[in-house]
Design a protein around this ligand. Structure first.
Ligand code: 8OZ
Length: 367
């Protein structure tokens, strides 16, 4: 049986071990520009097999929170260059998570104060974070407008351009498409947020269309071997719901199986919450089987509440990579601590979003 500490391959990416830094929003990028402090934070964690950045907006329209980074201006790309250089100098690998929030936004964050965009004009019962004077404040999302079908090719193109810039300009080893947690692509997938009557709504095939177009556009630009995707079949994050998620996600992974992706990143249960949801049962083993049976060769990455014992169980059950969130946030040397069964620092919720070095780069490593 492979150990957490054995090297592995995910598409084109050779990874030193099976421990992954999960994407974690930290809201420390004023003006959406990555900072030297962010470079330090990621470099501190470079001993993981793979680092996934915090969700990063592909466009101004894709922004939904104050002080989260972007990937659509020269200064943002320059900021990320410092991050990727620091991680590579420390011997790590890093991919950027490509994010369009869709309806999970606020007029104040949108171009010209406009409405956030969505598959359908249904407001999410969710909140976003606005940082005012350094203080994070939770605010209800604004009412969105339904995207016109004629706008969708432009969004696909923006994803593709972001992926190209990520690897060609910013120096990332690849990208992860954020298809989870109730953001734009997940809003299209799920029946509760998608009431469209065109080719992008209704049937499973139609609801999955935008996501698959985005994946194909990106793989044709940078190659499947540098592309991963994150999915959360049943996570209620940001007010999403699907009436029948098992066939929906089995269809999605079967389609993805033909694209030679580096990895599929699956959030089990409610993101950052319970791994099992009594009212939203889901068979993850069947999901993986559907992907493998359809010829999918990408690494199977799992996430949500993993500790070492549960991670080893998952590897024994055929998972390839384990993404750690809060535990990795609080332990820059998580790889060493897991290997040595050393005690872990406790994450401090008060400093998850916004602020500076406190609760960010000051978690101690072992002596
Ligand atoms: C927490 C706060 C803001 C955004 C996600 C990008 O859930 C996020 C996020 C998490 O995927």
């Amino acid at each position: 049986m492979p150990s957490l500490f054995d090297p592995t391959q995910a598409g084109d990416l050779h990874l030193a071990n099976r421990i992954v830094l999960a994407p974690l929003t930290r809201s420390r990028a004023p003006g959406a520009i990555p900072t030297p402090l962010m470079a330090e934070y990621y470099a501190q964690r470079a001993s993981g097999g793979l680092l996934i950045t915090e969700a990063t907006a592909i466009s101004h329209q894709g922004q939904g929170y104050s002080d989260v980074p972007g990937l659509y201006s020269t200064s943002q790309l320059d900021g990320w260059k410092q991050v990727t250089r620091a991680v590579h100098d420390a011997g790590g690998k890093i991919v950027v998570q490509l994010w369009h929030v869709g309806r999970v936004s606020h007029n104040e964050l949108q171009p010209h104060g406009g409405k956030p965009v969505a598959p359908s004009a249904i407001t999410a019962k969710a909140q976003i974070v606005l940082i005012k004077g350094g203080v994070p404040t939770y605010v209800d999302t604004s009412e969105p407008r339904a995207l016109d079908a004629g706008e969708l090719p432009g969004i696909v193109h923006v994803y593709q351009a972001a992926a190209r810039n990520a690897v060609e300009t910013a120096g990332f080893d690849g990208v992860e498409i954020h298809g989870a947690n109730g953001y734009l692509l997940d809003q299209f997938l799920k029946s509760g947020s998608n009431r469209r009557s065109d080719d992008y709504g209704g049937s499973i095939e139609n609801r999955a269309r935008l996501l698959l177009e985005v994946v194909r556009a990106i793989t044709s630009a940078i190659g499947g071997g540098r592309t991963g995707i994150r999915l959360s079949p049943v996570a209620p994050a940001n007010d999403v719901y699907d009436a029948d998620p098992q066939p929906l996600f089995e269809y999605v992974v079967k389609q993805l199986a033909t694209l030679n992706l580096a990895y599929l990143h699956i959030i089990e249960g409610a993101t950052g919450g319970p791994r099992e949801l009594p009212d939203r049962p889901f068979d993850y083993a069947a999901l993986k089987a559907a992907y493998r049976t359809a010829g999918g060769k990408g690494a199977w990455m799992v996430n949500n509440g993993y500790d070492k014992a549960l991670a080893e169980q998952a590897l024994a059950g055929g998972a390839d990579l384990i993404a750690f969130g809060r535990r990795y946030l609080a332990n820059p040397d998580l790889v060493r601590r897991l290997r040595e069964d050393a005690p872990l620092n406790t994450p401090d919720k008060a400093t998850f979003y916004g602020g500076g070095a406190k609760g960010y780069t000051d978690y101690p490593a072992l002596a």
